[in-house]
Design a binder for this molecule. Sequence first.
Ligand SMILES: [Mg+2]
Length: 132
Amino acid sequence: MINFAKEFLGEINFFEMKDTTIREAQGLVDEWIRTIGGRYFSELTNMALLTEEVGELARIIARVYGEQVSKKGDLRNTLGEEMADVLWVVICLANQTGVDLTEAFRNSLEKKRNRDRDRFASLRGETVSPQS
Ligand SMILES: [Mg+2]
């Protein structure tokens, strides 16, 4: 479990937040869990909830950008709301398993920068030399 300093969270005015860092988001979710939610659901429960939220996001995508036709109530939540729900559960899982998402994201971006340097060159209109 990541320990978020209380004084760090005390500086955040929830209603005046402009740009929230990933670290701040992890702290805000942790604060909500401690003060309102009571406790984290188990990792397995949260994994099921993540799947549920991804399904809700997929429902909107299929009806707005895909070929599925909406029925009443299908689009009561916005795309942004469902993406935020997915993010919320990912942050819960990160917090309770000790994952620093800022560090994990930086590492992921670095990996993709190196791995995919030439991968999408043709999409950028660049000529690609054959890989050795
Ligand atoms: Mg949802």
